[in-house]
Design a protein around this ligand. Structure first.
Ligand SMILES: [Zn+2]
Length: 683
C-alpha cells in the first residue's frame, strides 16, 4: 500500500513544497470526514436509541425462574402413601463457579469487585486477584466433593454434564436470536441500503441465558455434614448454596413396585428448553417423567406444571420484588383400588423361601375388576431410580428380571386352568352331555402319551368321569377324548370370548397378550401343520398356549360373577356398570355347571385342591394347573374365588417353575384367603 522506497526517494529529492501541503490537506480532509461520520453515527444512535438504552440501563434487573410443581401422589385405597414428592436438601453451585475454562468476563468482574477503586487501576493487582479467585474456586470444589463423598473425577464428570447441557441451550437461544435480528435488505446494495443499515440498531450482543446465571444441582439429597458446612461457612464455599428440591419417594420401598414403576429424565424432544410461548407444555430439562407402570400410565394426571417466578432486583443485586407470572400447578393424586394390606400379604407369600424364584398373585373383585392386589416377585426398590444411582444398574442387569411385572406381562402355559374354557365350549356346543360319564383308564390311546397325572404317579385311571368330575380331578383324558369332536374352531372361539390372546386392557403399560395357537400361526410357532393333537393339547392348556395371571383372573371372574367379562384396573375411575359386560353366548346353565365343578375341586376329597385349600368354614372354588414346560419344573397355578356362593374375590397364584399346582400354589391360596377373611374382605 505504502511504498517506503518511493517515500525515501521523495525525501532525498527536492520536492516542491506545494505537493506536501496538498497531501496534508487531503489527509486532513479525509480525517475530518471520518470524524464527522463517527460523530454522525453517534448523534444518530443518540437521537434514535439513546433514550431507550438509557432507560434500559436504569431499569432494575428482571430474572425469570422456573419453579417446579409437586407431582401427584399415588395412594392405596386406604390412604397409604405409595409415591409422593418430598422436600429434600441439595447442594447447588453457581454455573460460573463450575464452568471450565472460566468465563474471562466473569473472572475479571469477580476479581475487580474484591478490589478498592485505587487497586483496580493497577493491572498487576487485578491479575493477581484473578489468580486468587481461581485458586479459591478449585479449593472449594475439591472440599465440596470430599464432603459429598465424591471423587474429583465424579465431581468433574457431573460438572461437565451440566456445562454441556447449558452450552447446548445457550447455542440454540443465540442462534434463534441471531436469525431474528438479521433482517436482510435484499436487493439493495447502494447508498440507500447503506443509509438503512446505519439507521438499524447494532447487532445483538451474545445473550447470557438464565442457566448461565443460575445455580445447578451437584449433589441431590445432601448429607447433613455437607449441608451444615455450606450453611455455617458460606465464605469457604463461594458459589455454593443449599437449596430445597422436590424428590420422588416411595415410602413403602418395594411394595407394589412393579405397579408403581419409576421416573426417568425427560430426553430428546420431550425436554424442550424454556419456551416462553407455552411453558406449560414443555418438560424442563431437569424434569422427571413416568417411565414405567402407573407413573407412566397416569403421567397426564400426576404431572405437575412448572410456574414462572419473576424476581426484580437492583443492578447491585438487592431483591426489590418478586411475583409469579404463572404459579406452579401441582399434579393430581391417584387413589388406587389397591389394598395395601392385601398387597403386602401377597408379596410376603411370594417372598418366602421357595423352590421357585418368580411368580405373581392377583386378588381382584370379580364384580368390578378392581384389583386389590397385583403382586409380582422378584421386585425392586423404585427409590433406586430417582436421581443418579449406580445401584439401579444392578437391578437392570439382574438375571431374575425384577423390573418385569409378572402380573400383566408373564405369559406362560396355564395348564389345566384352561379346562374351564374347554368345558364351556363342550357345554355350549352341546358336544357332551355333562351327566354322561366317560371311562378314564389313565391314558387316551397309548400308555406312554396323552395321560392323566394319576396314571403317571399311580398307574391307574380316573374311572367313570362326568364333566364336573373331569374338572374336579383334572382328568386330561376326558378332554383329550372329546376335543376332536368339539373341533379347534369352537375352542378357539371361546378362548377369544374370554379374552385370551389379547391384552386384558388393565391400566398398566406393556401388558402381554399371551399366545393362542391356531391353524394360521402354528407353523410359525411349532413348525408343523395343525393336527388333532394340537386341539387336544390346547384343550388341556398345553402346547404353545400362554396366558398372563391377569387373563386367568378375568376368566375366573366371569365364572364367579355369573358370566360377565370385567376389565381389571387399579384406578377406580374406570369402575362403572359398563366395565362388566356379558361374555357373548355364555348361558347361565353353563356357568352353573362350571361353578359346580370348580367347587368340587376344593370341597370333594378327590379334588386336586382339597388337601391344600379346603376349609370347613369357608367355601372356596377354584382350579389347579400344572403346566409342563420344556425344561425344569412345571408352572404351578391356582385360580379360584371365595366365598363360593357369593364371591367377593378372585385369586390367581402363578408360580414360574413352581411345581405341582395343588401342592405348591394351593397352600399359598389358603393362607391368602384366611388373611382376606381376617381383613373382612370376604364378607
Ligand atoms: Zn383321567
Amino acid at each position: 500500500m505504502f511504498d517506503w522506497h518511493q517515500f525515501q526517494h521523495d525525501e532525498r529529492s527536492p520536492a516542491p513544497a506545494v505537493n506536501s501541503r496538498k497531501r496534508i490537506r487531503i489527509c486532513g480532509g479525509l480525517f475530518l470526514a471520518v470524524v464527522l461520520a463517527i460523530f454522525a453515527r453517534a448523534v444518530q444512535l443518540e437521537v434514535s436509541y439513546g433514550a431507550a438504552y438509557r432507560n434500559k440501563a436504569s431499569q432494575p434487573l428482571e430474572k425469570e425462574i422456573s419453579v417446579p410443581g409437586r407431582r401427584g401422589r399415588i395412594l392405596a385405597r386406604d390412604g397409604t402413601v405409595l409415591a409422593a414428592d418430598r422436600k429434600i436438601l441439595s447442594l447447588a453451585v453457581d454455573y460460573r463457579w463450575l464452568e471450565e475454562p472460566p468465563d474471562p468476563q466473569w473472572l475479571k468482574r469477580t476479581a475487580r469487585a474484591r478490589l478498592t477503586p485505587e487497586e483496580r487501576k493497577n493491572p498487576g493487582r487485578v491479575t493477581e486477584e484473578q489468580r486468587r479467585v481461581l485458586a479459591e474456586r478449585t479449593a472449594a470444589q475439591r472440599r465440596l466433593a470430599e464432603l459429598a463423598g465424591m471423587t474429583p473425577e465424579e465431581w468433574k464428570a457431573r460438572a461437565e454434564t451440566i456445562q454441556n447441557r447449558v452450552e447446548r441451550i445457550a447455542e440454540r437461544v443465540n442462534r434463534s436470536a441471531q436469525a431474528e435480528a438479521v433482517t436482510p435488505t435484499g436487493q439493495d446494495h447502494g447508498w440507500q441500503g447503506w443509509i438503512q443499515e446505519l439507521s438499524e440498531p447494532p447487532p445483538p450482543p451474545r445473550i447470557i441465558i438464565a442457566e448461565q446465571r443460575d445455580c445447578h444441582v451437584m449433589v441431590e439429597l445432601a448429607d447433613p455434614p455437607l449441608v451444615s458446612a455450606v450453611r455455617e461457612h458460606p465464605e469457604q464455599f463461594p458459589g455454593a448454596e443449599i437449596i430445597t428440591q422436590l424428590r420422588r419417594v416411595y415410602p413403602q420401598k418395594t411394595l407394589a413396585a412393579n405397579l408403581l414403576g419409576h421416573l426417568g429424565p425427560a430426553t430428546g424432544e420431550e425436554a424442550g428448553f424454556k419456551d416462553q410461548d407455552s411453558p406449560q407444555d414443555v418438560y424442563h430439562p431437569e424434569d422427571l417423567l413416568g417411565r414405567m407402570g402407573l407413573e407412566k400410565q397416569y403421567e397426564s394426571v400426576l404431572r405437575p406444571r412448572r410456574g414462572v417466578r419473576v424476581e426484580i432486583s437492583e443492578r447491585g443485586g438487592r431483591l426489590l420484588s418478586a411475583y409469579y407470572r404463572h404459579p406452579p400447578r401441582d399434579g393430581r393424586d391417584l387413589r388406587l383400588t389397591l389394598d395395601a394390606r392385601v398387597q403386602k400379604t401377597a408379596e410376603e407369600l411370594l417372598d418366602e423361601p421357595h423352590s421357585f424364584s418368580s411368580g405373581a398373585i392377583v386378588v381382584m373383585d370379580p364384580r368390578t375388576g378392581a384389583l386389590l392386589a397385583a403382586a409380582s416377585a422378584p421386585r425392586f426398590d423404585p427409590n433406586l431410580f430417582v436421581g443418579e444411582n449406580p445401584a439401579a444398574a444392578a437391578v437392570l442387569n439382574d438375571p431374575r428380571r425384577p423390573l418385569f411385572d409378572r402380573v400383566a406381562r408373564m405369559a406362560v402355559a396355564p395348564g389345566s386352568v384352561f379346562k374351564i374354557v374347554t368345558a364351556t365350549a363342550l357345554l355350549e356346543s352341546k358336544t357332551v352331555d355333562p351327566e354322561e360319564p366317560f371311562f378314564c383308564n389313565g391314558y387316551l390311546d397309548r400308555p406312554d402319551r396323552q395321560r392323566c397325572d394319576i396314571f403317571v404317579r399311580q398307574g391307574v385311571g380316573h374311572g367313570e368321569t362326568t364333566l364336573a368330575d373331569a374338572l374336579c380331578v383334572s382328568c386330561n383324558v376326558y378332554f383329550f377324548h372329546h376335543a376332536p369332536r368339539l373341533g379347534c374352531d369352537r375352542l378357539l372361539d371361546w378362548a377369544e370370548r374370554f379374552g385370551f390372546g389379547r391384552p386384558p386392557d388393565v391400566d398398566l403399560p406393556g401388558q402381554s397378550a399371551g399366545i393362542v395357537p391356531n391353524p394360521e400361526n402354528i407353523r410359525r410357532l411349532e413348525r408343523h401343520d395343525w393336527t388333532v393333537g394340537d386341539t387336544q393339547a390346547l384343550a388341556v392348556g398345553q402346547g404353545s398356549l400362554t396366558a398372563t395371571p391377569l387373563q386367568v383372573a378375568v376368566l375366573l371372574a366371569a365364572v364367579a360373577n355369573g358370566g360377565k367379562r370385567v376389565t381389571p384396573h387399579l384406578f377406580p375411575g374406570l369402575e362403572s356398570e359398563e366395565s362388566a359386560t356379558p361374555v357373548p353366548g355364555l348361558h347361565e346353565e353353563t356357568v352353573a355347571r362350571l361353578r359346580e365343578g370348580l367347587r368340587r375341586v376344593v370341597s370333594d376329597p378327590a379334588g386336586t385342591a382339597h388337601e391344600t385349600v379346603f376349609m370347613e368354614d369357608l367355601a372356596v372354588s377354584g382350579k389347579t394347573g400344572t403346566a409342563e414346560t420344556a425344561a425344569g419344573q412345571p408352572h404351578a397355578w391356582f385360580a379360584g374365588y371365595a366365598p363360593a356362593d357369593d364371591p367377593k374375590v378372585v385369586i390367581v397364584i402363578a408360580l414360574e417353575h413352581g411345581g405341582e399346582g395343588g401342592s405348591a400354589a394351593g397352600p399359598m391360596a389358603k393362607r391368602l384367603l384366611l388373611r382376606l377373611r381376617k381383613y373382612g374382605i370376604l364378607e
